[in-house]
Design a protein around this ligand. Structure first.
Ligand code: TYM
Length: 328
């Protein structure tokens, strides 16, 4: 069975972008692949996090995985920091990476631009991500479009290790949705929808109440035309809303286009809001049940125990190949 690995940072509210770009595929892949899904708390601290907020968000994201439909009997769900092998292999990979290739990462450039002091963790973020993936010799990595460059670097580091120390790592492939790989902001279709945007009207949070979702979508920016047509270059706002509609309704873009022909944006946006609410309401209900039951702790414990066996073996093998003296 092929292996799948992915992770989501527990920094702020998860959005519909995270859901469409990544989580929906996690749920889909768990039936046909051996899956590892983690909350990447070690990545979250590459920007300052308030300890109580980090703890709360970590539990929230883990619970959202389950609420979104990940079945812990099929997939391993765990916290990155519960498996120390991530940090250890991350360091080993940091020594394989070049400053130049890390400087070229657009996420690093975006997060560091205009700042006087930039954390070193932010700079080596991609080497830890490479470790996350290669630790499990994952074949496929379901992510949104913004992580493509990090995946490229992961592949380069895997090849580099194999060339220097002997063939060991599987070189992973990204698994990116055809539509919705980059869900854009509701107020500015040139920016991706992001949980770190200070304007909450720019994103739909997975835990937004139905009325907030309706209000945000009714106010979402559109062009001054009235045709519901998918054309990201000329109609980026409407095309973005159509991608969301398609994912939440199961209709194709063509079907959506035909349905609203000659009707303007009003009816389209109203129905869109109902499809998003119908997608998120059951998820929110399950989320509340999971949080109240406290079952997430046992799920995370079991997940970490399961995956640590794979991860620890990789670190042992890698250290041996690199020439570390074994502990007796
Ligand atoms: P993060 O936490 O920023 O986002 C989690 C996932 O959601 C996707 N995503 C989006 N997809 C479509 N449209 C959007 N607007 C949107 N915003 C976010 C992201 O592409 C991602 O798949 N570096 C990763 C976390 C990570 C990871 C890993 C991922 C750490 N280690 C190993 C895969 C494998 C990140 O920051 O994701």
């Amino acid at each position: 069975m092929k292996r799948v690995l992915s992770g989501i940072q527990p920094s702020g509210q998860l959005t519909l972008g995270n859901y469409i770009g990544a989580m929906q595929n996690f749920v889909k892949l768990q039936d046909t692949h051996e899956c590892f899904f983690m909350v990447v708390d070690l990545h979250a601290i590459t920007v300052p996090q308030e300890p109580a907020a980090l703890r709360e968000q970590s539990e929230a994201v883990a619970a959202l995985f389950i609420a979104a439909g990940i079945d812990p009997a099929k997939a391993s769900v765990f916290m990155q920091s519960h498996v120390p092998a991530h940090a250890e292999l991350g360091w080993l990979f940091t020594t394989l990476a070049y400053m130049g290739e890390l400087e070229r990462m657009t996420q690093f450039k975006d997060k560091s631009s205009g700042k006087d002091s930039v954390g070193a963790g932010l700079f080596v973020y991609p080497t830890l991500m490479a470790a996350d993936i290669l630790l499990y010799n994952a074949d496929l990595v379901p992510v949104g479009d913004d992580q493509k460059q990090h995946l490229e670097l992961t592949r380069d580091l895997g090849h580099r290790f194999n060339a220097r120390f002997g063939d060991y790592f599987t070189i992973p492939e990204p698994y990116i949705p055809k539509i919705g790989a980059r869900i854009m902001s509701l107020d500015d279709a040139s920016k991706k929808m992001s949980k770190s945007n200070p304007n909450p009207a720019s994103y739909i949070a997975l835990l937004d109440p139905p009325d907030v979702i309706r209000k945000k979508l009714s106010r979402a920016t559109t062009d001054s035309g009235r045709d519901v047509i998918y054309n990201p270059a000329e109609k980026p706002e409407v095309s973005n809303l159509m991608s969301i509609y398609s994912h939440c309704s199961g209709l194709t873009l063509e079907e959506i286009q035909a349905k609203y022909e000659g009707q303007g944006y009003g009816a389209f946006k109203k129905d869109l809001a109902e499809h998003v609410v119908a997608t998120l309401e059951p998820l929110q209900q399950r989320y509340r049940e999971i949080r109240e039951s406290g079952e997430i702790h046992a799920i995370l414990k079991q997940g970490a125990e399961r995956v640590a066996q794979v991860a620890n073996k990789t670190v042992r093998d890698v250290k041996e190949k690199m020439g570390f003296l074994p502990a007796q």
